[in-house]
Design a binder for this molecule. Sequence first.
Ligand code: NDP
Length: 313
Amino acid sequence: MTERVRCLIIGSGPAGYTAAIYTGRANLNPVLYEGIQPGGQLTITTEVENFPGYPEGIGGTELMDDLRKQAERFGVDIRQGIATQADLSKAPYKITIDDDKIIEADTVIISTGATAKYLGLDDEKKYAGMGVSACATCDGFFYRKKVVAVVGGGDTACEEAIYLAGLANKVYLIVRKPYLRASQIMQDRVLSNPKIEVLFEHNTLGLFGEDGVEGAHVVKRLGEADEERYDIAIDGFFLAIGHKPNSDIFKEWIDTDEVGYIITEGATPRTKVPGVFAAGDVADPHYRQAITAAASGCKAAIEAERYLSEHNL
Ligand code: NDP
């Protein structure tokens, strides 16, 4: 089963839908595959208050529904399915969907996003959207004057702890090692912030609470003779233990950094394969915001349109 399309968009977060709106309006007859998590990471956040144009804020799922409807209005063919294989060795590029159908595409926009890593506790699922978050910039505002915990010891965890310390009354930073992995400057900022208490050599065993997170069961020096288990009272639990960009199937053909983020040419969404573009979090280790993802989706769409016109496709 093979089908030929002019523009294939993989992923349905703000980058994918924005690319779809632009390419749809440009009559490129784009086909968009939604991927593993239709609507992307915003569907697991509660309220989005920093996407321009919504003075009262908007629910993450509602925002993504609106973007989807806007893409549908311009005739975008939105389909369920996951890209499971890619052959970018020559144009037209071949993308296999659900290990079955092959799409031959003149241009490909990779907007597969990144997935926040979780600890793997059942309670993270139980309290998803009820006190558990993987994005302080998205959800921190709801914890003004409250007590929160951030898990992780890297730059992201430090950045999130500092951001949250500007809002909350107290921030615990739960670090599994006896030291922080973050850059020195971030460590200094965390350690000198009176609102942040770093719990070195701590792991989280679980969360508790009636209608949302009210506390965490933690353990100090797990498995050691002086192991100590106790509870901390918190209102929010933030994961900052890294993200995994969803770029695995493309790695053979395009450049990625050591974590897996797709490397593009300068500030453009161009990959090293002509006609293949990357937009959104899959190519962004730095900003990871809905608005920056949407902007890069727009750039990728404009690039795709120019590429098709230059190649008379
Ligand atoms: P990192 O991989 O650097 O750090 C992840 C942290 O999470 C580590 O402290 C790690 O602990 C901890 N961790 C991982 N798994 C678990 C687990 N299961 N339980 C408890 N803790 C865990 O990821 P970041 O997202 O912080 O950073 C990614 C990259 O982006 C880095 O290169 C970073 O420097 C960069 N970055 C730079 C920023 C800046 O310059 N302002 C801001 C944000 C990110 P351990 O140390 O024990 O492995």
